[in-house]
Design a protein around this ligand. Structure first.
Ligand SMILES: [Zn+2]
Length: 216
């Protein structure tokens, strides 16, 4: 059996899929077991919100709580196993040139923007709207949105449990590789937030690429 933990590719040359996701836009794709998805922060300081669902039974989905508990860590980084609400490993982080990803701060929404940044921001596009649009392609709705991953988002958590979204540390071209342990629907919102520093106040495109598992 292929060791999924060592399946990360070296260059984009052998990728079976490549796509640039425009600023502020959603994207999704079924990732087959053993395939590796690379997310590239093309221009740096861009938060990438993500959700995972078991392709065979989307009622099984990414669980931030189970993932943090299983890891004993407050952050997502190299080697982290992304755990489902049924306690199974859905995917794992197999390469990471950034070193800091969040799964505590959730995704932005029109409602939370209005509360946090004022009524005038209520009609700005937000991750929750991106997720609703993209989930609809897979027969899922806003009821299926759960606590999500935030790749490249810098959310330090202090010893008392307080956290704040601060300036991103990802540089242009930083990437994270996620290798699937089961067939998953991988959903991304390229975060449109302009009211806090998670995107450097300037949302930018990101790039995704997918590799098949290495030949046995
Ligand atoms: Zn967002």
């Amino acid at each position: 059996m292929t060791d999924l933990a060592t399946a990360s590719p070296g260059s984009e040359a052998g990728a079976v899929y490549r796509h640039d996701i425009p600023a502020e836009c959603p994207w999704s794709r079924v990732l087959k077991r053993g395939q590796t998805l690379r997310i590239v922060d093309s221009e740096g300081q861009q938060a990438v919100d993500a959700l995972l669902y078991c392709a065979d039974d989307p009622a099984e989905r990414y669980s931030a709580q189970d993932t943090l508990r299983a890891q004993g860590s407050a952050y997502i980084d190299l080697g982290t196993r992304l755990v489902s609400n049924k306690g199974r490993v859905m995917a794992r982080i197999t390469a990471d040139s950034c070193g800091r990803h969040d799964t505590s701060a959730g995704c932005c929404s029109c409602e939370s923007n209005a509360v946090r940044f004022g009524e005038s921001t209520k009609y700005q596009h937000a991750c929750r709207e991106n997720f609703i649009m993209e989930l609809s392609k897979h027969g899922l709705t806003k009821r299926d949105i759960v606590a999500n991953l935030n790749f490249f988002m810098n959310v330090p958590i202090d010893p008392s449990g307080n956290f704040t979204v601060v300036d991103g540390i990802s540089a242009p071209g930083n990437y994270v590789d996620i290798t699937a342990d089961m067939d998953v629907i991988f959903v991304i919102s390229n975060c449109p937030q302009v009211n806090n520093p998670c995107n450097g106040f300037n949302p930018t495109p990101i790039r995704v690429a997918i590799w098949d598992p290495p030949a046995l």
